[in-house]
Design a protein around this ligand. Structure first.
Ligand SMILES: [Zn+2]
Length: 70
């Protein structure tokens, strides 16, 4: 049996862990998987009962110079 998978739902995303950053308190969250990513800052929710939306923060574009391309 071949299990049907909806390829349309699965976007081809690079396996880069996106950092989520809270502009309010400065909390940085690095979710391991994208579907586990939280939308609001847990710290602001707990302390101030504010639903502060986390903004994606891309890691610094520092790629290692040592690449095995050759
Ligand atoms: Zn926060």
């Amino acid at each position: 049996m071949v299990r049907q998978m909806r390829s349309h739902d699965v976007a081809h995303r690079p396996g880069v862990a996106k950092l989520l950053h809270c502009p309010r308190c400065g909390l940085s969250v690095a979710p391991r998987v994208h579907w586990l990513a939280i939308k609001h800052c847990p710290r602001c929710l707990a302390r101030r009962h504010l639903a502060v939306e986390l903004v994606p923060r891309e890691p610094p574009a520092r790629e290692p110079a040592r690449s095995a391309f050759g």
